[in-house]
Write a protein that binds this ligand. Structure first.
Ligand SMILES: NC(=O)C1=CN([C@@H]2O[C@H](COP(=O)(O)OP(=O)(O)OC[C@H]3O[C@@H](n4cnc5c(N)ncnc54)[C@H](OP(=O)(O)O)[C@@H]3O)[C@@H](O)[C@H]2O)C=CC1
Ligand SMILES: CC(=O)N[C@@H](CCC(=O)OP(=O)(O)O)C(=O)O
Length: 346
């Protein structure tokens, strides 16, 4: 039995972890961490698990939790995990952090984009960026995993094969992405109110969104050189889902068959990345509730550009599902254990 603790279980990402982990017979959730609901039954906060757990919420004491948990998920605001983690904790348990605290290797870049100071930069070098399709072997032996951001997961998986093969100029990349409102979390904010979101769409964080340096860093590793991109997220009136549409200039003429073979080379053996047939396009509805990332492309010969597209469920492949995928790797389990849910439709 893997003993799991979740700090931030009462947020959207934490509650999605609970939903996925409670379906497993090899996992016991020993800690439902919260700030606002300490002492209250978790199932009274999230009624989707009524009768499935009668555990009360506990506080966010990572040191105490490290004594009993084999792995701790932190689904907490930026800065929390970094403020808590110690060498002693990491010697006792493993941490999968769903926030951005350990995703970016250059602490100055983190502090500039997140506008907070990093409490424990000494742990940044050892943290592994938890995108299993790229870093599988490193993840298996990690103590501290930086679970990727939702937009970066969708954006990066959509364009990675073309960048890695040098078939596009990565510095021409423009990524236009849309997210459902659950991406903004459960806390009360004017921008998340029904009347603000319903029947409307808007770009936000234009040329300033904090996921930009995360995407750029991962693309730089793939390209073997510094990469700067344009990234614009949009808020759309859906609960879940991210759709990314990326545009880049081709470095040479390519055929559809050639590009399809490139995508299949990288993802043909990946359970969770589904390369669609040429001509098909990804849709958020076809990944909802699942850990799948659907990717597709279309060559635009007229402009010498390629359009690369991807769809994920931000709560699953963009957060809790990917975190559980990482947990499976840490414990030597098949990567898709507990993650074979077929997308929900309608
Ligand atoms: N939503 C998404 O799609 C994704 C989210 N993430 C990341 O996951 C993390 C959680 O996001 P999300 O679930 O959306 O956020 P929510 O606002 O929904 O939840 C935040 C959680 O953290 C707890 N919390 C709030 N403040 C503190 C604090 N100061 N110290 C400790 N715990 C605190 C809350 O407890 P309580 O409610 O009990 O007060 C709650 O459980 C963030 O880092 C986010 O960036 C990553 C990928 C996607
Ligand atoms: C719609 C919305 O607001 N989305 C969030 C991103 C999701 C998130 O929580 O960020 P991480 O993936 O880095 O953890 C945002 O734009 O800040």
């Amino acid at each position: 039995m893997i003993k799991v603790g979740i700090i931030g279980a009462t947020g959207y990402a934490g509650a999605e972890l609970v939903r996925l982990l409670l379906q497993r017979e090899d996992v016991e959730i020993v800690w439902y961490g919260s700030r606002s609901y300490v002492g209250q039954d978790f199932a009274s906060v999230y009624r989707n698990v009524v009768h499935l757990t009668d555990e009360p919420c506990k506080d966010d004491d990572m040191a105490t939790l490290a004594e009993i948990a084999d792995v701790i998920f932190t689904a907490t605001p930026q800065g929390f995990c970094a403020s808590q983690v110690t060498e002693e904790i990491l010697s006792k348990t493993k941490i999968i952090d769903l926030s951005a605290d350990f995703r970016i290797k250059d602490v100055n870049v983190y502090e500039k984009w997140y506008k907070i100071s990093h409490a424990t930069p000494q742990f940044i070098p050892e943290a592994v960026y938890g995108l299993p399709e790229i870093n599988r072997d490193k993840i298996k032996n990690a103590r501290l995993i930086a679970n990727p951001g939702c937009y970066p997961t969708c954006s990066f998986l959509s364009v990675y094969p073309m960048v890695k093969e040098g078939l596009v100029d990565p510095n021409t990349l423009i990524i236009d992405a849309k997210s459902g409102t659950s991406g903004a979390g459960r806390s009360a904010k004017v921008d998340s109110l029904y009347c603000e979101v319903n029947e409307s769409m808007k770009p936000y964080g234009v040329a300033t969104h904090r996921h930009t340096p995360e995407i750029e860093e991962q693309l730089s590793y793939a390209a073997g050189k510094p990469v700067t991109i344009s990234f614009t997220p949009h808020l759309v009136p859906m609960n879940r889902g991210i759709l990314a549409t990326a545009y880049a200039t081709l470095t040479r003429p390519v055929t559809t068959e050639e590009v399809k073979a490139v995508y299949d080379k990288y993802y043909g053996n990946e359970y969770f990345v589904r390369v669609l047939k040429p001509g098909e396009v990804p849709q958020t509805r076809w990944v909802e509730g699942s850990n799948f990332a659907d990717v597709a492309f279309k060559i635009d010969e007229r402009t010498n550009r390629i359009v690369m597209m991807g769809a994920i469920d931000n709560m699953v492949k963009g957060a809790a599902g990917q975190a559980m995928q990482n947990m499976n790797l840490l414990f030597g389990l098949p990567e898709n254990t507990g993650l074979k849910q077929i997308p929900v439709f309608p």
